[in-house]
Design a protein around this ligand. Structure first.
Ligand code: TRP
Length: 453
């Protein structure tokens, strides 16, 4: 669907291809690895509600804005913004917004690849039977020993980054498209199976209550910010990834429908992951707030205990790696598209340079789990700092300006024409959301975090 010639600057072969790619970008480690662990760290229910509100009121309108701007701008985010600003008679410096996106993509990819490396290693561990019959203590030991070894983490991080670079260099070929076509539904089915397993544990209700019973006294400014950041992160918003994908979208496709579809699928996967994981957490006396290790310390227990667990374990981690791959390619794509379209270098070289830089930076995250684990900047390890900086700050700030651009800078007549909504009133709702609600919410959350509100 996205072969390399078409990319300079082409179109998706169909709206289905776009939906697959954009859903592939959205559904990834953010849903299965990150959502459960940050929900766990931030007290569950109330956090989940704020997250859902952010997806609906900020995420979906901004996703529509990004797709719309990409399709109208028809270039990498930097040049698309330049063109759109020109069309609207606005200042050209809007293209810096595209730049912050390219940088945010890099930074995220650097640690995303490290965690995707963990998932790859776990596919192999599942395959060689490391989980069978293992209890929570053994599973924890397995994980602790694994992340204590920089060499192993570097190995898997390198492998994952190479795979990302290779796919982006070749274009998402037939093979990748076909693979995703059954791997994504497969991942979904295994999640349902895990939920079924979670139901058999004695702590199913406790897990559900944790995830869905709101206790608003547990909400701090920072957890609201984290929930909002997660809405951006999980939907791949705020840095131009969806904008770049939108730029390859044919003009007859309904932007609103696709945005709802993508956000809906993404949310369902995240919630299923939470429902599968928390009962296992409580049934084994684990801590919901165990951080990034959460899925790696819980799901293997389920695979080790359930019948057919060997097969499901292997399939689960393999599918997780593919879900991560279809996300990582969208993290690097804005940078690659910019390099190809501006520096006149080949797609292959662009992938090598962009990938190499993110790969090197990834070492900092790797070491922050072992040799540099004591090194804290602003009270956070490098991995946590990168995650906070990108997901909680850069993406919402990027999203804020994207909403402002779509709502206030672009001519109404242009955005209305490009969105081409079937029901006329929905345009007014969308305009209201991107002009006031989305930027206003981001602004208020920031004020709250710095203590002004
Ligand atoms: N959404 C992906 C996930 O949930 C991660 C991701 C891919 C992303 N592309 C992005 C996050 C762009 C922010 C911006 O795993």
């Amino acid at each position: 669907m996205m072969d390399s010639k078409k990319l300079q600057h082409g179109q998706w072969s169909s709206s289905f291809a776009f939906i697959m790619a954009a859903t592939g970008s959205a559904v990834g480690l953010g849903n299965i690895w990150k959502f459960p662990y940050i929900a766990g760290e931030n007290g569950g229910g109330a956090f989940v509600i704020v997250y859902l509100l952010c997806v609906g009121l900020i995420g979906i309108p901004i996703m529509m804005a990004e797709i719309m701007m990409g399709r109208r701008g028809k270039q990498n985010p930097v040049d698309a913004l330049k063109a759109l600003a020109g069309e609207a008679g606005a200042d050209k410096s809007w293209h810096y917004l595209g730049w912050t996106g390219v940088v945010a993509g890099f930074l995220i990819l650097s640690y995303y690849s490290v965690i995707a490396g963990w998932a790859s290693a776990y596919a192999v561990k599942a395959f060689i039977g490391s989980f069978s019959g293992a209890g929570s203590v053994e599973i924890k030991e397995l994980f602790d020993n694994f992340i204590a070894s920089p060499v192993q983490l570097i190995f898997w991080h390198t492998l994952f980054m190479l795979a990302t670079m290779l796919i982006v260099a070749r274009g998402i070929n037939e093979g990748m498209e076909k693979a995703l076509r059954f791997l994504m539904p497969g991942l979904f089915i295994i999640l349902i199976l895990l939920v079924a397993y979670a139901m058999t544990t004695a702590s199913y209700e406790q897990g559900i209550a944790f995830l869905f019973t709101p206790d608003f006294s547990k909400l701090t400014g920072n957890s609201i910010l984290t929930a909002m950041g997660q809405a951006f992160f999980t939907l791949s918003l705020g840095m131009g990834a969806i904008m770049v994908y939108g730029s390859y979208l044919p003009s007859e496709v309904s932007i609103a429908k696709t945005a709802f579809l993508i956000a809906g699928a993404d949310t369902v996967v995240a919630l299923l992951a939470g429902v599968a994981i928390f009962p296992i957490v409580f049934a084994n006396g684990l801590e919901p707030a165990s951080g990034p290790s959460l899925i790696f310390q819980t799901l293997p227990i389920a695979f080790g205990a359930m019948s057919g667990g060997w097969l499901f374990g292997v399939l689960f981690f393999v599918m997780l790696v593919f879900a991560a791959l279809s996300s990582s390619i969208s993290l690097i794509e804005p940078a690659v598209a910019w390099l190809v379209e501006n520096r006149r270098i080949s797609r292959e070289s662009a992938c090598i340079w962009a990938g190499l830089a993110a790969w090197l930076l990834g070492f900092a995250s790797i070491f922050s789990f072992n040799v540099w684990s004591e090194l804290k900047i602003f009270d956070r390890t490098i991995f946590h700092l990168l995650d906070y900086l990108t997901a909680n700050l850069m993406l919402p700030v990027g999203g804020f300006f994207i909403a402002v651009f779509a709502g206030w800078v672009m001519k109404r007549q242009h955005s209305e024409q490009e969105l081409n909504l079937a029901v006329k009133q929905s345009y007014s709702i969308w305009i209201f959301l991107v002009c006031y609600v989305a930027p206003g919410a981001v602004f208020l959350v920031f004020l709250h975090v710095v203590g002004v509100l």
